[in-house]
Design a protein around this ligand. Structure first.
Ligand code: G3H
Ligand code: 13P
Ligand code: ZN
Length: 302
């Protein structure tokens, strides 16, 4: 159904049929949400609209749940509203009460048995409601919301098999070399593609890649983020062909927004109507969202 929120599982079905992935794009305000929905509408592709716990604190879940269905209706797109990195059973329940159609329970920093227990609890509640559940196994390097890991711990394929069997989770986020934020790699970008294939083979589940931003060079230079490095588009497409079905992007959109905003502020420093600055910032987010949808869902190299 276009123009209505659906469970992420329905969108993932679209990706499975085409051996591609759905973009999960994070937003924190009206400008991002509008730009993402417009990009998805113009490219006629489904999209996952994701809010972190931080985004919920910033916007308020009551406002999110009023704004998102309206925006999805405006653009007539196929989308889900997803809780990104839900850290507790309580946060997941809150999201469900406010109409989220998809949730991530991230207990990946807890001992394995605890991760199994809490994920199973979430699945038990969500399954009868038709809400899609994502969980995570392994640890991404860098800063993951409020969890930080010095070094990434890659997902073990056998443990992944055991995890999906025990929990009945719909999709699984894996640690295969990426990390959150703008500084992903010291040397060349890399992903353990064999590991992706092996996990996919053993679990037969849609896999999720977090920390997948491209951190494009033009913007790195313009923003002066020395040493920042992301995932290359060709490596990302390889990972998708190996079984990744949901690809998360936040950093690229943030960088695009800041480029648009900075350009506008320096071009017109005396302009005091914020909308005059936010419009070009929103336009950059729109362009970046289009770029990410093209790579992730349409498999086009930029
Ligand atoms: O995975 C993390 C996302 O980029 C969300 O980040 O907690 O700053 O909203 P945030
Ligand atoms: P990036 O920081 O690479 O955009 O990853 C975002 C993410 O994984 C959100 O869950
Ligand atoms: Zn993430």
């Amino acid at each position: 159904m276009k123009g209505e929120l659906v469970p992420s599982a329905e969108l993932i079905g679209y990706a499975e049929e085409r051996n591609t992935a759905i973009a999960s794009l994070n937003f924190n305000n009206y400008e991002f949400l509008n730009a993402i929905c417009r990009a998805a509408a113009e490219l006629e592709v489904p999209v996952i609209l994701a809010t972190s716990e931080g985004a919920i604190r910033y916007m308020g879940i009551d406002v999110i749940s009023a704004m998102v269905p309206q925006m999805v209706k405006r653009y007539g797109i196929k989308a889900s509203l997803h809780l990104d990195h839900g850290r507790s059973f309580e946060t997941v329940m809150l999201a469900i009460r406010y109409g989220y159609t998809s949730v991530m329970i991230d207990a990946s920093d807890k001992p394995y048995e605890e991760n199994v227990r809490i994920t199973s609890e979430v699945v038990r509640v969500c399954k009868p409601l038709g809400i899609t559940v994502e969980a995570e196994l392994g640890v991404l390097a860098g800063v993951e919301d409020e969890v930080s890991a010095e070094k990434g711990i890659y997902t073990d394929p056998q443990q992944a098999k055991d995890f999906v069997e025990k929990t009945g989770v719909d999709m699984l986020a894996v640690a295969v070399g990426t990390s959150h934020g703008a500084y992903k790699f010291k040397g060349e970008p890399h992903i353990d593609i064999d590991r992706v294939r092996r996990i996919r083979e053993l679990t037969k589940k849609p896999l999720v890649l977090h920390g997948a931003s491209g951190v494009y060079r033009e913007f790195v230079e313009e923003l002066g983020l020395e040493g920042a490095k992301g995932l290359s588009d060709d490596l990302l497409i390889k990972a998708i062909k190996s079984g990744i079905r949901k690809v998360n992007t936040d950093t690229d959109l943030r960088m695009a927004f800041m480029v648009g905003l900075r350009r506008s502020l320096s071009k017109n420093p005396k302009e005091i109507d914020p909308r005059k600055h936010l419009t070009p910032a929103m336009e950059e987010v729109y362009k970046m969202a289009s770029k990410r949808l093209r790579v992730i869902t349409l498999g086009e190299l930029s």
